[in-house]
Write a protein that binds this ligand. Structure first.
Ligand SMILES: C[S@@+](CC[C@H](N)C(=O)[O-])C[C@H]1O[C@@H](n2cnc3c(N)ncnc32)[C@H](O)[C@@H]1O
Length: 213
């Protein structure tokens, strides 16, 4: 009974948090970080695969509670910075507080417009986005619009629930996108697929680079 009671906030958080609804910080954090995520996300392997170096600048688009931001930050230290970009002021405030609590100093939290992260032109070495692709309005236009923000040699990494592997919730409520659909939109936006990593049990993990300098 107690276990069931404990699961309820996580389930509600998953429903409302993934839907981006205004339902309270705790619920959203439970939605983004619950469901025993540590057991399937393989965050260390994802970060290692990104091959980041000290001094680089990363934009985490749709940073939410900072699940990835907080792991990306040490990967670019010293001298690097993560821009945690989100349209949700409540989540941004939560993340600011959590970063301060954890003593992570190389993150700038950015309140974005839905169609534009509002970064500095030519500054970003890696655009990273996790479980956010399906939230973005007109993905092709969105990723095309990111091109001016990229530094020479920049890459784009997209982690997204894959319908053929994700759980019922992501499939049923449209929080998953077929890999082929992501590749088609991002290639049309002016990138080429550089790597297709298939080690995540619920998500696709794709890396792109601009197709023209
Ligand atoms: C499901 S959460 C993913 C959070 C985090 N990336 C993770 O993997 O735990 C999606 C996040 O994307 C944000 N979001 C939705 N539309 C966005 C947009 N157009 N630009 C930036 N962030 C957006 C939401 O506010 C939410 O915090």
């Amino acid at each position: 009974m107690r276990q069931r009671a404990l699961r309820l906030p996580v389930l509600l958080g998953l429903i409302f948090g993934l839907a981006g609804a205004d339902c309270g910080t705790e619920m959203k954090v439970a939605g983004y970080e619950g469901d025993d995520r540590e057991s399937w996300q393989q965050i260390d392997r994802v970060i290692e695969t990104l091959g980041l170096s000290a001094g680089q600048q990363v934009a985490d688009i749709g940073s939410g509670s900072g699940y990835f931001t907080r792991h990306l930050a040490p990967a670019v230290a010293p001298g690097g910075r993560v821009f945690a970009v989100d349209v949700d002021p409540e989540m941004n405030a939560y993340l600011e507080a959590r970063l301060a609590e954890e003593g992570i100093e190389n993150v700038t939290v950015v309140l974005a417009e839905p169609g534009d992260p509002g970064l500095v032109e030519g500054s970003i070495d890696l655009v990273f986005t996790s479980n956010t692709y399906h939230h973005l309005p007109n993905q092709r236009a969105y990723f095309a619009g990111l091109r001016p923000y990229l530094a020479p040699g920049a890459r784009l990494a997209v982690v997204e629930y894959e319908p053929s592997k994700a759980g019922w919730f992501a499939r049923t409520f449209g929080h998953a996108t077929p890999k082929a659909q992501i590749v088609a939109a991002i290639v049309a936006a002016g990138y080429r697929l550089e790597a297709d990593h298939d080690f995540l049990e619920r998500q696709s993990f794709l890396i792109f680079e601009p197709s023209t300098p």
